[in-house]
Write a protein that binds this ligand. Structure first.
Ligand code: NI
Length: 254
């Protein structure tokens, strides 16, 4: 069985056929899907979906793209919906200095306020870090080590950064990019990090694994990514599925 630790099931790409998407995931032995909010509205929707579908869990948070206009009162609303039993993480939060849809200062403010809230609520965090490794690590370090600190999703750093994250209690999550021919660094990371620190994800509807690259991604494709990493590591598919599923269950308490 597999767990897709990062999907965006609330996005319009899934509005027409979500029942079928969930069914296909179950057929491919995906036992749980974490659907991740990017703002207050999508976080509410994530919680609704988790209430509708037994295999879906939710994360609530404000994405760095949405950091401008972030107000403290939104934190209170999110904290309230985070009380739902099917909310297993706070996210996605973080920094994105590549797209810079929000100014750096806005991103930092939203990120740190949410790290504080997640720590207060004892929830693991789901981190988005694009071209912002140094500042992300600095912010995480300020909150110190926690056993179930969270996950850096779509991990794009190197091994040295990964080691520092592991020391803080973080996991890293690998998406379908690992199936692309030129993704040398992602392949190196996916095959080299300790088995007990790795998760897998789709980031659906984005980042479809080969051979579906460019098409809509969905949780049913997460085993394709899992099989590729198992191959790179010289492990059986079963063994790798078992390990990443145990990691996800431990981190998110599911
Ligand atoms: Ni995402």
């Amino acid at each position: 069985m597999w767990i897709d630790t990062h999907a965006h099931l609330d996005m319009p790409e899934f509005s027409k056929d979500l029942n079928l998407v969930i069914e296909r995931a179950a057929e491919e032995r995906v036992q749980s899907i974490i659907t991740v909010g990017v703002d207050l509205k999508s976080s509410k929707r994530a919680v609704q979906l988790a209430e509708i579908y037994p295999l879906v869990y939710a994360a609530v948070g404000i994405h760095p793209h949405e950091a401008t206009g972030f107000v403290e009162v939104a934190l209170e609303d999110l904290a309230r919906i985070a009380q739902n039993q099917k909310v297993v993480a706070w996210g996605e939060i973080g920094l994105d200095f590549f797209k810079l849809y929000s100014p750096v200062q806005d991103q930092m403010r939203a990120f740190e306020a949410q790290l504080q809230m997640a720590t207060d609520l004892k929830l693991p965090v789901i981190i988005h870090d694009r071209d912002s490794h140094e500042d992300t690590l600095k912010a995480l370090k300020r909150f110190g080590r926690r056993d179930r600190a969270g996950v850096v999703h779509c991990y794009s750093g190197d091994m040295a950064l990964a080691q520092q994250l592991f020391a803080l209690g973080f996991f890293i999550s690998i998406p379908g990019i690992v199936t692309y021919k030129k993704a040398d660094l992602v392949k190196e990371i996916a095959s080299g990090v300790p088995l007990e620190r790795i998760l897998i994800e789709t980031d659906a509807p984005f980042l479809s694994p080969a051979p579906f690259r460019g098409k809509r991604n969905e949780p049913a494709f997460v085993p394709i990514t899992g099989r590729e990493i198992a191959r790179l590591r010289g492990l059986s598919e079963e063994k790798f599925a078992e390990a990443t599923t145990a990691n996800a269950k431990y981190l998110f308490g599911i």
